[in-house]
Design a protein around this ligand. Structure first.
Ligand SMILES: [Zn+2]
Length: 481
């Protein structure tokens, strides 16, 4: 089997074959660092984190580049987002960038998102952006007007190939004003002349100005991954104009195909509504983490396919927490019992069942990184593992290790929903000692025919989530919560 991906560019599922068989080159559009990251960012970056994790798990080396946009991403009002943040907080634009870049990585670290290999900043690549713009003018794809440079969409025949938008529709839809200096309403800025009050500014062959937003991704992707690379990712909301412009700029400048596979994530709504600051319904990652564990948030995000939209609501996340806990209960149990398991091969017949589950998990992830299907397999596995653990059969170390390994590989390494270590594990010996003391006291009460007392001990432990299991003259225990 090989990995199949749905390629937005070709609109079909294709076998994934990297250009270089040993190295996957991957670029994902990163955040604009002018405010704290919200739960919508979590959806995008957790999704690509799992894709990178699975590619590595499958044996590929991956070079993962994700940019930091710290200049040129303008609001609809024409205001630069970074400058807006600087005005709001009365600090230097580069302080805004530093503050929110750090906050972004802190939020991603907390969610267990593996850091990209390279996180290039747009402001650190101004000479390269100027060079690509110069090349585009020289080749006739761009033109300068009064200190600004625009890309001429009519010159690039493939414009619209990713989003499926046709230029004629854009022309009809775009508002043309008398002051518009562009040749065509759909032409977009590569370089903008800086007005005197615009403090993010650099010298260029066209005067003092700043780059347009889209050019940074074309420049930094090709600089670090080559003119043609394997995977380009991002959120579906940026397919047009941003991703479309990235392709146009890069392919016009290099005369080579840009990204070979386009993988885009569906968007996230909050209680059925698109998050927006003006509506006041923005859930920051740092606030979500006060209520839910990182693993719960990941489980929730991964419970729908990366390409689908998802709605964040309290009920949905609580359902995710329950689904996750159901998996974690036997995992904790297994790790605890591994410490004292006999070296016998008890339960070894379960190993072939585990092989089938491993194949099913690989099959799910090979099929366009289908994490919800993988969660379904883990859930089914959990049902079987619970049956085995409750069977009263004496299980050997090898069986426990094999089950633990499967959960660690897919629940841990690939999906990131099962921690490497549980915090409670350090207290296990104390807990085990206390429960065993109560088991002894219950046995003494039963020996003295004080059944009221022995049932009381059993029931109160059960209420605490400790289930006693009597079998063949001895009593064991397991956690049910
Ligand atoms: Zn981008």
């Amino acid at each position: 089997m090989s990995i199949q991906v749905y390629n937005v560019l070709t609109r079909q599922k294709e076998e994934f074959k990297p250009l270089n068989p040993d190295l996957v080159t991957m670029y994902v559009c990163g955040p604009t660092v002018y405010d704290y990251s919200h739960i919508g960012h979590a959806k995008t970056y957790v999704s690509f984190d799992v894709i990178v994790r699975y590619l590595r798990f499958s044996g590929y080396r991956v070079r993962y580049v994700q940019n930091i946009t710290d200049v040129g991403h303008l609001l609809d009002t024409g205001e630069d987002r970074i400058l807006k943040g600087a005005r709001r907080e009365r600090i230097e634009p580069m302080e805004v960038v530093e503050r929110y870049t750090r906050a972004y990585f802190a939020a991603m670290d907390a969610l267990g998102v593996t850091r990209p290999d390279i996180s290039p900043r747009a402001s650190a690549h101004i000479p390269e952006q100027i060079e690509m713009i110069r090349q585009l003018i020289e080749d006739g794809y761009a033109y300068e007007i009064d200190g600004s440079v625009y890309f001429s969409v009519e010159k690039f025949a493939d414009y619209g190939k990713l989003s499926g938008r046709r230029l004629e529709e854009e022309a009809d839809g775009a508002r043309v004003t008398a002051r518009d200096e562009k040749h065509h309403p759909a032409d977009f800025a590569l370089w903008k002349k800086a007005e005197p009050e615009h403090i993010l500014r650099w010298p260029s062959p066209w005067g003092i100005g700043f780059p347009g937003w889209h050019i940074e991704c074309s420049v930094m992707a090709t600089k670090y991954l080559g003119e043609t690379f394997d995977i380009h990712g991002g959120g579906i909301d940026n397919i047009f104009p941003h991703n479309e412009c990235e392709i146009a700029q890069a392919e016009a400048a290099t005369h080579q195909p840009f990204a070979r596979y386009w993988l885009l994530t569906g968007s996230l709504t909050l209680d059925g509504v698109k998050m927006s600051k003006s509506l006041g319904n923005v859930l920051l990652i740092q606030d979500a983490l006060k209520q839910y564990s990182p693993e719960t948030i990941r489980y929730f995000i991964l419970s729908s396919h990366y390409s689908n939209p998802i709605d964040f609501s309290q009920e949905a996340v609580e359902a995710a927490a329950k689904g996750l806990e159901r998996i974690l209960v036997p995992v904790r149990n297994i790790r605890d019992r591994l410490r004292t398991a006999p070296d016998s091969d008890g339960g070894a017949e379960f190993l072939s069942t585990l092989d089938q589950y491993r194949a099913a998990l690989v099959g799910a992830m090979d099929d366009n990184f289908n994490a919800p299907a993988a969660l379904g397999v883990l859930s089914q596995l959990t049902t079987d593992v619970n049956t085995l653990l409750n069977s009263g059969q004496v299980l050997g170390r090898k069986t426990f290790e094999a089950i633990d390994k499967l959960y660690r590989d897919f629940g841990g390494q690939v999906l990131g929903i099962i921690p490497d270590e549980f915090k409670q594990e350090s207290n296990y010996e104390v807990l085990d000692g206390l429960v065993r003391m109560l088991i002894d006291m219950r046995a003494e009460a039963r020996a003295a025919k004080d059944f009221k007392r022995s049932d009381q001990i059993r029931d109160r432990l059960a209420a605490l989530g400790v289930q006693l299991e009597d079998s063949r003259g001895s009593t064991g225990w397991r956690l049910t919560k």
